[in-house]
Write a protein that binds this ligand. Sequence first.
Ligand code: FEO
Ligand code: CA
Ligand code: CA
Ligand code: CA
Length: 688
Amino acid sequence: MSKATFDPTKYNKSNNVPFATVMENHLSRRDFVKRGLGLSAMTAFAGTGLAACSSDNDSSTPPPTTTPPPAETPPTKSSAVLGFDSIAGSKLDAVAVPAGYSAYVLAPWGTPLNSKANAWKEDGSNTAVDQENAVGMHHDGMHFFPLNDAADDGLLCINHEYINQNALHPMGPTLDANGKRTVIDEVRKEINAHGISVVRIQLKDNMWQVVENDSHNRRFTGATVMDVAGPLAYTSYLETRYSPDGSQARGTLNNCGNGYTPWGTYLTCEENWPGYFVNHGTLTEDQSRIGISTSDTRYGWNHLAGNDEERLDEFARFDITPTGSSAANDYRNEANGHGYIVEIDPYNPNSRAVKRTALGRFRHEGCTFGKLEAGKPITFYSGHDSRFEYLYKFVSDAVWDEADANATNRLVMGDKYMNSGTLYVAKFSEDGVGAWLPLTLDSTTIDGNTLADSFDSVAAIILNTAGAADLVGATPMDRPEWAAVDPFTGSVYLTLTNNTKRTDDTNPANPRLNNSFGHIIRWDEGEQATEFNWDIFVFGAPTDADEETNISGLNDLNQFASPDGLAFDQRGIMWVQTDNGADEVEEYTNDQMLAIVPSTLVDDDDNQQVVSADNQSELKRFFVGPNGCEVTGFAITSDYSTVFANIQHPSNWPYSSNAAEETPAGMTLRPRDATVVIRKNDGGEVGV
Ligand code: FEO
Ligand code: CA
Ligand code: CA
Ligand code: CA
């Protein structure tokens, strides 16, 4: 269930309501069939190897000189058939999996990565140094990077979104009479429990296990020094006492969704980072737009500023109130080093992480690349997870060279594809038509000016990405979370988790008032980088809701709310994970993971269909998490024999390494976030 760091304040004050369309208008599209450029164009071009999508450089691409033989035509439809029976809801201190499957715990919070860490202690007494050398807390986005192309040996990269202070410390955080933090080691431990873990794991005797002391094992924490690249690097916006030349930032915070790149690096996304900073003075325009606090920080890390034992302003930097004579003398710009997509090369333990500023600065949920086409730009999609915020895409200037997939200097590939390009924001219109609005200096604003009238550089636009998006008229969405790309159709799917504050201003893409249950939208790129076509794939809802709410006809075997984590595997199975905050569904089941094969939902003319009462049995519940948790983060091995999913903030779990073993009634555990390994008992492919 949903908890914790989500900030419900509406920071978008632009009131962009470009459409007066209401529910009735949407519901009149009862056929829900995709139209226009979208899939039909994609299908038509598939046989030539030409992209139907995401380039405004089409004219520069020479036409193919020969027609490839039909045998090379890639299929546009998955052959996967879900081979398990949808499971019932569950409300236990245990996970639930289909018959014939098992689940066990891997790399829970506190697992030592090297010999500098003591074993995890049940009383919460591990130190900050232990935590710096052990798996972090509140597992979220995740990816598996094979070593030597193996399906039984690799590196698991795990995000650690935030912390449970009560579980992290023996008795919760120590506070003085004024509610201020007093214990340095506790604060350092909290900072070290954030970030990312890179964990070497191997399948031995049919069980995945962490390889302690492997040279790849490492932690990136809320304090790790990182490079900054792209338009903000080396600008005065990033000038601090620690990094006077604006080349570096310290730490990555609130890493929620994730992505990965075609060249083998991990992408981690900084989501609700504004809450970690405070400005006691007057907020700048971008600070106000993104939601920096004027009262205090989330966990009070700034309270220890000036302590005799403080090193390199490790606590002072969270207070961004201007106090010095210039930016080089204080931390007024410290928060400007946060809000980005961060690239990590898990294969090179000596590499630094790089913040890729060109992809925008906001509360990034995830980062997903579109279907690759050799010779075409690469597109990355990322949602801004707050109420009434926007969906963005970044289109690289460089075009994709397939040889780069095997490059050994991976972060140089990141420089090539992620430092220069165009950032766009989405505007969804009626009838399934959409436009990508560029966030460039010459972009036209809704009041007839250009962004150059409000911003003096691309760096300034990126610093206040959401503010620029307001001006061009982007569509306010119901909390964009993860995106995922169907490997067969190239269609992009995006979870919109919920928005109970949408009380009077629906738009075609967000058609429900008081949207408690969320929906999944999808689109196909058009022939120009500025065009797309979209529809709504499925609406979350409780089974017993009326048909105006349960629009997709869900039943007990697939009812869900608040879709969040989203992933496709290469067989075309889409995995949907939930972070539910709606009582109507929660009374039936804990958070869960469902599966569906969207490319097979087609009519007689191969038009893609959405989930409806006619086909809802295609959407199956595969997994249910323990009480109190959210299910998030998905990874799968190349042989499809192992799925990894994360359990975040369980309330009283895990009792044993068997994730499906229930905590005995009356027993209270110190809860541990963990990865769960899901395998078929016969070792076969998961899901089919
Ligand atoms: Fe951290 Fe948007 O969920
Ligand atoms: Ca969460
Ligand atoms: Ca999430
Ligand atoms: Ca969420």
